[in-house]
Write a protein that binds this ligand. Structure first.
Ligand code: SF4
Length: 402
């Protein structure tokens, strides 16, 4: 009898990443999962807003709801605070009286909040299927394989690992263990400057998991050349790199990307300039190097919001970031012409998993005394991830980028 072939050839299956069919089973130890025990309200329930309002009022000070900028309006209206992932985690840490932190965001953000909040605070992710495809692109087993290869090549002692905030807790912990740090899109430049100063002129950086943020920062802000960058592909033997290529590289970029920001192309920029007179183009550094090179301004989500808020009435902006945020900016500034950089819809599908039915379900479960979808990072991972986060907090303030 002929054996059924595997869905993914063993040679290309990411290490430690079992297949998980969406809607069946869960993998709560990873960025993926589909658990939602109990009864989820119907999306058509006309009382959802009233139910969320009542449940939140019943919980009072016991709950603090965080809303990432990329979340839907229907849940943002219940957020006590909005922001990017790091700001939200710190806001949660500043509210120790809140027993429950309900994080309207994705899995790695809830992990970061758990790491930074006190032991008595529990972080709830309303839908465990709200992962992040970029974070999923760097698995601990894969990163350890890469580190072994760098060790075998005699390079690991001079390599400093730096991970973007958008990574799982165990990748942050890996960086903590190996003398590295976490960075955000706001401080990637100072984080890389710090990393390159760790072992003198021989220092190399392993940048995880977003190759675009790493390349944009290294080349556009630190003055490295594109030839100084190599890309480690975890699905290929030895990352697809020769020992000579590793030896010559200044920065080793992990082959990861954001599926949302990766949609923007240089042609989108050309097209919007042709369509909209005097338009200014502002994009997030998770976009490709070719896109950020064509844009007028590049910066983090907070930078984009501040730029649009401060822009004069009547100005035109094409914004290259997640669509929920761009729509909110357009609604907030009817006196400015704000358009989405792509011509097609570009929501983050996992961010959008957190909808009003899941928020109602999470809040009502807490009111009923059932703790659901609690995200807990084990103590060893938490301790080392904190080391990497602390190194980031000790970085000097960097320049505001544009
Ligand atoms: S926008 Fe990109 S980086 Fe952010 S959660 Fe979605 S896939 Fe991940």
């Amino acid at each position: 009898m002929t054996a059924t072939p595997p869905l993914i050839a063993p040679a290309t299956r990411p290490a430690g990443l079992p297949l998980l069919v969406l809607g069946r089973g869960s993998d709560p130890a990873s960025e993926r999962g589909v658990d939602c025990p109990g009864s989820l309200p119907a999306a058509s329930d006309p009382d959802l807003v009233a139910r969320a309002t009542a449940a939140k009022a019943a919980l009072g000070e016991r709950v603090f709801v965080l809303g990432h900028h990329y979340q839907r309006d229907e849940v943002i209206q219940f957020a006590d605070v909005t922001g990017d992932s790091f700001k939200l985690a710190r806001d949660a840490a500043g509210r120790p009286e809140a027993e429950y932190i309900v994080f309207c965001g994705v899995h790695f953000m809830a992990e970061s909040a758990d790491i930074l909040t006190a032991a008595h605070q529990k972080v709830v992710l309303p839908d465990l299927a709200a992962g992040c495809s970029m974070a999923d692109m760097a698995r601990l087993a894969q990163v350890e394989d890469a580190w072994d290869a760098l060790t075998d090549a005699g390079l690991a002692d001079a390599v400093v690992p730096v991970t973007y905030m958008n990574s799982s807790a165990d990748i942050k912990a890996f960086c903590g263990r190996h003398g590295g740090a976490v960075c955000t899109s706001s401080n990637a430049e100072v984080a890389l400057e710090w990393a390159f100063s760790q072992h003198g002129a021989d220092t190399k950086v392993l940048f995880l998991p977003d190759q675009h943020l790493g390349r944009n920062t290294a080349v556009r802000q630190l003055g490295l050349s594109l030839d100084d960058c190599v890309v480690w592909n975890p699905l290929r033997p030895h990352g697809g790199l020769t020992p000579e290529q590793l030896q010559a590289a200044r920065i080793i970029l992990w082959k990861g990307h954001c599926s949302v920001h990766g949609r923007f192309t240089p042609e989108c920029v050309d097209d919007v300039r042709a369509r909209v007179p005097d338009v200014r183009v502002v994009v997030h550094p998770e976009c490709t190097y070719d896109v950020v090179t064509k844009a007028d301004l590049v910066g983090s989500t907070e930078f984009i919001i501040k730029t649009i808020d401060a822009a004069p009435a009547g100005s035109s902006w094409a914004v290259g970031t997640e669509l929920n945020l761009v729509q909110r900016l357009a609604t907030r500034h009817p006196d400015k012409n704000i358009v989405f950089l792509d011509k097609t819809v570009c929501y983050c599908s996992t961010m959008n998993r957190i909808d009003l039915p899941h928020l109602v379900w999470a809040l009502e479960s807490l009111v009923a005394g059932h703790e659901v979808n609690v995200i807990e990072v084990d103590s060893d991972t938490e301790a080392w991830a904190k080391v990497a986060l602390q190194r980031m907090l000790e970085l000097p303030a960097g320049p505001a980028r544009g």
